[in-house]
Design a protein around this ligand. Structure first.
Ligand SMILES: [Fe+2]
Ligand SMILES: [Fe+2]
Length: 505
């Protein structure tokens, strides 16, 4: 009961007592005294009612206070737990606002990024990434902001070009009950020391673990962008395939550490002689590829290939002081002179490299092949028997998908401006096709349904990440084509067999 209520109750009580005294003073209660007595009784009832109400309100108030105390305790415990995780986690954790600016970071993230806490808080997530990874991460954040992705787990690099640190980066958006984005929780783990590229989450890593160079996945992404630029500018793109000569004996006789040292030294020498706009990628154990765009003629790539070979002529000084000699052979293919699509260009450069190898160490060959595939009117994927899965509905849809992939290829190679439309139509049909397969799997109790759905989801996510990104159309086409071939033969065929067993035509 508050002070006002107490004063009112006291006032009423005094009036009632006065009235009761007066009424009791009369042997017969009548006339004005009777009215006063009745008023006193009514007021007493009112007072009792008010007291009950106040008692109820008091009890309610106590309950609310108790709930508040419990809620504060839960909040306090949650906050303590969060602080404890932040402070002691070996994983780098940062909380950023919706713009991506860090508002809270832990020590592990400071150590990983090589920055002080005061410096890091206030910086944008993108600012601590390697310059080449910022664009990709920016796209990821945008997709998370728009709710197109729930959680992202991918591989990125922190730091500068000279001193990159490879990390696994997980980003979780935190939203309020209305769905409004409040924060991004970023979690990072240093994976620089890991050898190998497998990511159990199914995300495609982009860099080679040993040399830190782009791997095949990122190589095709970069090549696709160079094709896109060349189409607009009319310039040439050179692809130089390089194969080390003499590497295997060093690796076999002196051990993998020696082999690793050689590879790292070779890469260091090559990185010192290419232009900033060029890309070197590690394509296999001792195979590398250089993408050199913005060339006036294909012949301009020959001096660059010779320079790369020449960089390996001085002997390598091994950690044990011994000298090692290594060489390289190069094959060059030019877009669009030798091929109109990425796979054909890689094939042409590979063939030219084999020719160099047959001519001896440290030679370079410029491909002479003419574009023979992927041209206007030519199919980049043909629907043959190997793609039939045995279920009529799926075969019809697969046939249509192949037609759409070929149409996209034609649109891209002819430079037709309606590429975006073809892509979105193809994407929409792919989703429809995945829904059809899901419906059939669910309807007939396909035991591998979850795994199969997951494969569809991954493909949708990969394509979704690339969509709307100018320059990635060729990469999307290549991914779709290769994925469809592989998925139809290895996964949909099993589903087709299962459906056939269930009597589905
Ligand atoms: Fe499928
Ligand atoms: Fe399929």
């Amino acid at each position: 009961m508050n002070e006002g209520d107490q004063a009112e109750a006291d006032r009423l009580k005094r009036i009632i007592e006065a009235l009761m005294d007066r009424a009791e003073g009369s042997s017969v209660v009548q006339g004005a005294d009777f009215d006063l007595f009745r008023t006193a009784v009514l007021l007493e009832e009112e007072l009792e009612r008010r007291k009950e109400e106040l008692a109820e309100a008091l009890a309610e108030n106590r309950k609310i206070n108790q709930s508040l105390r419990e809620f504060r305790e839960i909040l306090h415990n949650g906050e303590n737990r969060f602080r404890c995780i932040m402070e002691h986690s070996p994983i780098g954790i940062g909380m950023a606002d919706a713009s991506g600016t860090f508002i809270e970071v832990n020590e592990a993230l400071c150590a990983l990024s090589g920055r002080e806490k005061a410096e890091l808080q206030g910086m944008n997530v993108l600012d601590i990434l390697h310059p080449n990874d910022r664009e990709t991460c920016g796209r990821i954040l945008e997709r998370l902001r728009l709710g197109k992705e729930g959680v992202i787990r991918t591989e990125m690099r922190f730091g500068s070009e000279q001193k990159p640190v490879r990390v696994n980066l997980g980003i979780v958006p935190e939203r309020d009950s209305s769905g409004m984005l409040l924060h991004f929780i970023c979690m990072t783990e240093d994976i620089s020391g890991r050898i190998g590229n497998e990511d159990p989450a199914g995300n495609q890593p982009s860099y080679d673990g040993l040399t830190e160079l782009p791997n095949r996945t990122l190589f095709f992404d970069r090549l696709s962008r160079e094709f896109f630029k060349a189409k607009r500018t009319g310039r040439r793109v050179a692809l130089i395939c390089l194969d080390l000569d003499g590497f295997k004996p060093i690796n076999d006789w002196n051990g993998h550490d020696a082999g690793d040292f050689v590879l790292k030294t070779v890469v260091k020498r090559w990185l010192a002689c290419i232009r900033n706009i060029d890309t070197i990628a590690r394509m296999g154990a001792e195979e590398f590829a250089v993408i050199a765009g913005d060339l006036e003629t294909g012949e301009e790539a020959v001096p660059l290939a010779r320079k790369l070979i020449g960089m390996l002529i001085p002997p390598l000084i091994m950690p044990n002081g011994m000298q090692a000699r290594i060489g390289a052979n190069a094959g060059i293919a030019i877009y669009p002179d030798n091929a109109a699509d990425m796979d054909s260009l890689l094939f042409a450069a590979g063939r030219a490299m084999q020719e160099s190898k047959s001519r001896g160490r440290n030679t370079c060959t410029l491909s002479g092949v003419k574009p023979s595939s992927g041209g206007v009117g030519e199919e980049c994927l043909s629907f043959n028997e190997s793609l039939l899965v045995g279920a009529r509905e799926l075969d019809e849809q697969h046939r249509h998908l192949v037609r759409m992939i070929n149409h996209l290829n034609e649109t891209l190679t002819s430079g037709h401006p309606d590429v975006g439309h073809s892509l979105s139509e193809l994407f929409a049909y792919l989703i429809f096709h995945f829904e059809t397969e899901h419906r059939l799997m669910a309807q007939y109790g396909y035991p591998e349904m979850t795994e199969h759905d997951l494969k569809h989801e991954r493909m949708t996510r990969e394509i979704g990440l690339l969509s709307g990104d100018p320059g990635s159309e060729l990469l999307m086409l290549q991914k779709l084509r290769n994925w469809h071939l592989d998925h139809s033969r290895n996964c949909d065929s099993l589903l087709g067999e299962y459906l056939a067993q269930k009597g589905i035509p």
